[in-house]
Design a protein around this ligand. Sequence first.
Ligand code: PAN
Ligand code: ZN
Length: 191
Amino acid sequence: MDLIKPIRSLIDMDTGVIENCDNIIERRLSDMRGMYADRETLRRLILQEDQVVYRVYEVKIPEEEGQLAYSTTILYPGKVGREYFMTKGHFHLRETAEIYFCLSGQGYLLTQNNQGEVHLVQMNSGVLGYIPPGWGHRTLNTGPEEFVFLAAYPADAGHNYRVIEEKGFAGIMVEEKGHPQLKSNPGYKKS
Ligand code: PAN
Ligand code: ZN
C-alpha cells in the first residue's frame, strides 16, 4: 500500500465544494442520453442549453485495498419532463459498501439489487444513507436547491456504469401533483 500522508479536506457544507480538491467531474444533460423516459424533452433541453446536472469534487486517493475514497456531489435542481435531475448511477465492480451523508438540500438515494428490487432512502441535511454491498445506486434532487452529499467508499471498489446505461433502473422518480413518486420504469430491461 502507498504510504501517503494524512489529508485535511475543507468542505463547504452548503455548496459541497472541497477546497484544494484534485479533480472535478462535470455531467451535463448530454451525458444523460438514454437515461430519461422522455427522450424528446431531453433532446430539446440539450439543444436549448446543455445544462450541468451535477458536479463531483474528488480528492485523489490511491485505488488500492485499505484506502478510503471520498468525494462530494452537487446535484442541481431541475427536471427532464416529469423526472428529476439525477446522477448516472452505477454498481461497484467489487461488492463493497458505501455511505452517502447529506450536507444540504433534499433528494433521494435510489438503490437497486441484482434481482431488480428497489429501495429508496429519503435524504436531507444530516441523513446518512448506507448502501450495502451489491446495491446499485443513483441520487435524485427533488428539492428547489442544490442537493449536496459526501460519499465514502473503499478506494479499490471500481465503478460499473454499463449495467445501468444498458438496462436502466427498475424504478424512476417522477413529480406527481407537486410530489416525488417512485414508479416502475417502463424502459427497464430485466436480465
Ligand atoms: C458517488 C458518485 C457520484 C456521481 O461519489 O460517483 O455521486 O454519481 P455517478 O458516479 O453515478 O455519476 C459514488 O457513488 N461513488 O462511488
Ligand atoms: Zn458508488
